[in-house]
Design a protein around this ligand. Structure first.
Ligand code: GCU
Length: 698
């Protein structure tokens, strides 16, 4: 084993020689979060001794393949960093401790890999080089958690073919619903200048199996389809290809009119179809593995086929024909209309179910996790399971538009798991329904040094990738492995951090939207409480539309007596939620209207129960802040302070949510707070006067 030279020098040399980012080896750097979960902090104790005794050198059988070379180099850099001052090299195959075979015909699935080990050798087999790269990251993940290299055995294949991020980034650098600074994409300087961040980003994505990136906002600008942007996109595609990442574009449906000089964008007009065909050919000439188009059509003012009396299927199929077998059209089901007076949460189902079976084979319909809009809690979307002849994809929001932006700690693993594990009653769980297509997550990465605006929000990016790889992974396992790689391997500290993460989303639900409430955030920016907003032009943009509170009670009756939304679910699912007396209280006010004085299973009245929930949410945040303080000895000072300051913001804002919400509900019914409850410090008018036109992400 080579020892003695400085780690920094070696990493810099390797990075220079191999053109790979030296994110690893963070112990010698300031801990500013840039290294994400790829810090590879040196092992200690037995784990270090075991790896030290094992590590020798790396060999690969496909030295000319860039992805295989990355796989070998990733493992080498990673093991090197874990050893602290060790250095492993590339070697003759017969000498190597780590041997890659990235062309094993026995492993068919793209991305799959198998790792077997004996006393002194680890064999890494994959059917394609990308499987080797995923294997390197999986091995490092295991070693970081103390696995013995002499006995390590892994056998993994991605459950879903498409594991994508959707960036809501605009070409001018502003990110819609972005809370981590500006866009990571420097469109202005592309294609001549490719920021190193683009490589580091691809590497981070590959480390969790993400294999597709939509680079621009679903509220798309047509000019991003012009030749000058295709050249920019090509530079990205070339840089990301070795990491197994295909690029996709959000396409504005009216582009043939906007930039193509046509008078119409009617999907059944031959000139329109020809325009898209030529555009697709132009893109594929530059980017042979271009993934395809993501389309938001006839939704929130975006153009679409309905502008010409055509259906979503007409629009999607026309684009699908232009792509042919080269790519995929991902058509979003997030639709609702100002003119439609039916319950907003029912409109996507009503529009899309009749189209089942009409979409071309290379069309996927992308469905948000719930029927409303990325709320802290929603039931699963009733479209899952209701379109058996259509490939459906899951869309989650990694950026936390409705969960306190980047300042509140809310680990989203449990939110996505609630939905993925839900039995639709129509042919499987949501995870099973979307498995033939995949998962898309609205990205939370931005230009902030720590990528995601807060250290803990990195966990949501990580968890999204891990769940798209394998939706059966428990949220707890994901939280623990992320925390071990990101913060510390101390077992007790890990217990504490994991528990904080697992309880964090529930805390947010309790202080923002308890008992099934939704969309009570202030208008536009969705920052802070605004349950009193009732006068916007569109009824379905008003919080009042969703909570329906008055002097008598609160909640949206979606049973047969009310909007009937419950009937969009399979009968056995609907039956679970239909009865006010037996419904899971977490969905109570989503499906039912309840009197303020009605008795809850706890014995409290609804009003007292709500106060109890808000208080429990506030208390949970206080507990997180205390637990984090106690972790100071285990966490580097810079990140410890950053998280502590966020938690202090969250403590104050949880109280704001509680107090402002209670003040408003109280103004409707006039009931006193239950005995012993903390008084509300300000008047309702004071809370209503707070405005934040400058809140980020709008
Ligand atoms: C939400 C969000 C919008 C976004 C939309 C979408 O409504 O607030 O900013 O454009 O979702 O998913 O298309």
């Amino acid at each position: 084993m080579m020892r003695g030279r400085g780690l920094v020098n070696r990493l810099a040399m390797l990075a220079g020689a191999l053109g790979v980012a030296a994110l690893a080896g963070a112990p010698v750097r300031a801990e500013d979060g840039y290294a994400l979960w790829l810090r590879h902090a040196p092992l200690e104790g037995e784990a270090l001794a075991r790896l030290d005794g094992f590590a020798g050198s790396v060999s690969i059988d496909l030295p000319d393949n860039p992805t295989a070379a990355l796989a070998a180099n990733e493992l080498r850099l990673g093991v090197d960093a874990l050893l602290g001052d060790g250095a492993i090299g590339f070697a003759e195959p017969s000498m190597a401790a780590f041997q890659f075979d990235c062309d094993d015909p026995a492993i068919a699935t793209d991305g799959a890999f198998r790792v077997t080990s004996d006393v002194s050798r680890m064999r890494i087999a994959a059917g394609a080089p990308i499987g080797c790269l995923y294997a390197s990251h999986a091995i490092l993940r295991a070693l970081e958690q103390g696995a013995d290299p002499a006995t390590l055995a892994l056998d993994e294949a991605p459950v879903m073919p498409l594991r994508m991020l959707n960036h809501w980034d605009n070409p001018d650098g502003h990110v819609e619903r972005g809370y981590a600074g500006r866009s990571i994409f420097d469109w202005w300087h592309l294609p001549e200048r490719l920021d190193q961040r683009m490589i580091d980003y691809a590497r981070a994505n590959a480390s969790v199996g993400i294999n597709g990136v939509v680079v621009n906002n679903v509220n798309a600008r047509a000019f991003m389809l012009e030749a000058r942007y295709i050249a920019k996109l090509k530079r990205l595609a070339d840089a990301w290809r070795p990491y197994g990442i295909r690029v996709y574009l959000s396409a504005r449906f009216s582009a043939p009119r906007d930039i193509g000089g046509l008078a119409t964008a009617d999907p059944l007009d031959p000139a329109v179809a020809a325009w898209w065909q030529a555009k697709a050919d132009e893109i594929y000439a530059a980017i042979p593995d271009f993934g395809g188009f993501l389309v938001k059509a006839n939704s929130e003012g975006q153009p679409g086929p309905q502008d010409y009396g055509r259906s979503h299927a007409d629009g999607a199929n026309m684009l699908a024909a232009a792509l042919g077998d080269r790519g995929t059209v991902i058509w979003r089901a997030f639709v609702y209309k100002a003119q439609d007076s039916t319950d907003r949460t029912m409109q996507a189902y009503a529009e899309f179910v009749p189209l089942d079976g009409q979409f071309a084979d290379n069309v996927i319909v992308q469905v948000k996790n719930g029927p409303l809009d990325f709320q802290p809690r929603e039931p699963f979307h009733p479209l899952f399971g209701a379109m058996p002849e259509t490939r459906l994809m899951f869309e989650g929001q990694i950026t936390k538009e409705y969960l306190g932006f980047a300042s509140h700690l809310a680990f989203l693993g449990p939110l996505w798991k609630d939905v993925l594990d839900a039995d639709t009653g129509r042919g499987g769980t949501v995870a099973q329904i979307v498995a033939p297509a995949g998962m898309a997550g609205v990205a939370n990465a931005g230009s902030d040094r720590n990528w995601t605006g807060s250290d803990f929000d990195q966990a949501n990016w990580y968890a999204f990738g891990r769940l798209a790889w394998n939706p059966a992974l428990p949220a707890e396992a994901i939280a623990r492995e992320w925390a071990a790689q990101t913060f510390t391997r101390d077992p007790q500290a890990l217990d504490t951090i994991t528990a904080m993460m697992l309880g964090s989303r529930e805390a947010v639900v309790r202080y923002m939207t308890p008992l099934g409430l939704a969309h009570v955030m202030d208008t536009g920016h969705h920052y802070g409480p605004g349950p009193w907003v009732c006068d916007l032009a569109r009824p379905d943009w008003n919080p009042c539309y969703y909570h329906r509170a008055d002097s008598e009670g609160i909640g949206f009756d979606r049973t047969a007596r009310g909007s009937g939304a419950l009937a969009q679910y399979a009968p056995q699912v609907a039956a679970r939620w239909a009865d006010l007396a037996t419904i899971d209280p977490r969905y109570l006010l989503w499906f039912h209207r309840v009197g303020w004085n009605q008795a809850m299973p706890s014995g409290r009245t609804l009003w007292a129960e709500m106060v109890h929930e808000y208080d429990a949410g506030v208390a949970a945040v206080d507990a997180m802040a205390r637990d984090w303080q106690a972790l100071a000895p285990h966490i580097d000072a810079q990140r410890h302070r950053a998280v502590a300051e966020n938690l202090a913001i969250q403590q104050a804002e949880a109280r704001w949510w509680r107090d402002a919400s209670l003040a408003y509900w109280q103004s409707l019914h006039g009931l006193a707070l239950p005995a012993g409850a903390t008084p509300i410090p300000e008047s309702l008018a004071d809370y209503q006067r707070r405005t934040f036109p400058e809140a980020p992400g709008q």
